[in-house]
Design a protein around this ligand. Sequence first.
Ligand code: SF4
Length: 336
Amino acid sequence: MSDRILNIENLKVSFDTYAGEVQAVRGVSFYVDRGETLAIVGESGCGKSVTVQTIMKLIPMPPGRLKEGLIEYCGRNIASFSDKKMESLRGKEMSMIFQDPMTSLNPTMRVGRQILEGLKKHNKVIKNEAEKQIIKILKDVGIPNPDKNMLRYPHMFSGGMRQRVMISIALACNPKILFADEPTTALDVTTQAQILELMNDLKEKLGTSIVLITHDLGIVARMADRVAVMYAGKIVETGSTNDIFYSPKHPYTVGLLKSLPKVDAAKHKPLEIIPGTPSSLIDPPQGCAFAPRCKYSMNICRRAEPPESKIKEGHFSSCWLLDDRAPKVEFIKEGI
Ligand code: SF4
């Protein structure tokens, strides 16, 4: 059996608004293999969440519009699947954890019933067995006294415990792939570390692939096998976590790394920022969308889109600096 769980090619998604067509995703391609974690990073509004919500068919269409692209899940193109057909995949084969568990859980239902819904729909469990399974699932995600806690409502849990409940719902049917959209943003750092550890443990145990959406590079370093850096609806650089952290080739990736706080930084030295704001996706600029913010920008950058260059196996970047005729820039020497 092939190890490729997900293969996305040239995905383009737009939203029709009164202000015009918002080109949220503009030709994104990536893949995810069995048991690996791919992190998608980038600033808010770069199209990370729209990409995964389109894969899960969670974007209301209209106003959303899937303009083009292949969404291949375990060898099947699911882009044309009906809502009904997608329902049989969601929860069972692919699941999602959202940023804020309080707004994702049903406040009027006991957590045990919320886990049971997925089990009943996809695994056809009988009532006596269901209770045992729910207790086991809650125990696996580290919820104490699961027999009592399964009878409680979401508001009776802390933020971290609610996120554990969300994870237990997402993993109840042993999905092949889990999309985690900023799963720890709403949590304090200690709980954040516990949740990340839990996700890693479950990935090891169940062999689930994870697509992790985040803007936190600390989380990426800790969790990801590979990274895709998104800017203005496109992937501008992709590679192994080591490639991205130690040998970045796109000025935007370098900007993200430079803006990380450093333990050995001089006292009172302000954090570095990427100047400017992301381009409008209603009328994206010709050429490289990062050009207005890029200190290496050349004439060609504003005229033509940079092609994707292969740096080495698995490491790609779209930047005119990688053209043989461009001036040579060594980001590492500039001190990331
Ligand atoms: Fe900067 Fe040009 Fe590279 Fe875009 S293509 S990131 S503007 S150097």
